[in-house]
Design a protein around this ligand. Structure first.
Ligand SMILES: C[S@@+](CC[C@H](N)C(=O)[O-])C[C@H]1O[C@@H](n2cnc3c(N)ncnc32)[C@H](O)[C@@H]1O
Length: 191
């Protein structure tokens, strides 16, 4: 089973509704097959930058851009979040779903995201679902996802805890943030 399409669709709608960012540049960090960024692209005029360290998943992301007719405003980039190949203050919106808990260096990754974010830009980084999904849908998702997460990362519960994320944000020197829980664990950064 894969992450259901509804997770990406409802999360993209939530992000658009909450922040109203529909123009400019959007970076999707740890994009995988590109689903999160592409759902945002369908609901906006954003220029999409889909970034991942894994070249194999990026070829699927490229294919999905073409299938979803978004290739003309999408760039696919192989790089690590810890060393983002962009100038400072470049992106209006940075999103990252289901990736932060796998980064080699979470505080450095967050620091890099903050660096490339424009002032007045928003970053939404974390894992899980959206608050637009019903409680039943969220529970069903976590019943499936939680054992997989714990299998991939033995220290999953510690890594994904609010305490750990607060520590990482402190190390990164980021002060303007909120952590949302209830539909996953999400860091919202407003620069
Ligand atoms: C569980 S997948 C999530 C993919 C996608 N965001 C989604 O929600 O379907 C995690 C992704 O993060 C990527 N990743 C892991 N460490 C990374 C890093 N340091 N920099 C960039 N991407 C990374 C992996 O290659 C993988 O594609």
């Amino acid at each position: 089973m894969e992450v259901p399409a509804k997770v990406y669709q409802s999360l993209a709608q939530q992000i658009i509704d909450d922040y109203g960012i529909v123009e400019g540049r959007c970076l999707d960090v740890g994009t995988g097959r590109g689903m999160m960024g592409l759902e945002l692209g369908k609901r906006s005029s954003l220029q999409l930058y889909l970034l991942d360290v894994d070249g194999t998943v990026l070829s699927q992301a490229e294919k999905n851009c073409r299938l979803q007719m978004l290739a003309d405003r999408t760039v696919v980039i192989k790089a690590a979040v810890e060393e983002l190949p962009f100038i400072d203050n470049y992106f209006d919106l940075v999103v990252s779903r289901g990736s932060v808990f796998f980064w080699d260096d979470i505080s450095l990754g967050l620091k890099e995201i903050f660096r490339v974010l424009k002032s007045a830009g928003v970053a939404f980084v974390g894992g899980g679902t959206s608050r637009y999904m019903t409680e039943n849908e969220r529970e069903e998702f976590f019943r499936w996802a939680r054992p997989l997460h714990r299998k991939y990362r033995k220290d999953w519960d510690k890594i994904s805890s609010v305490d750990n994320l607060q520590d990482q944000l402190l190390q990164a020197g980021i002060k303007g943030y909120q952590i949302h829980t209830g539909f996953g664990t999400w860091i919202e950064i407003q620069k």
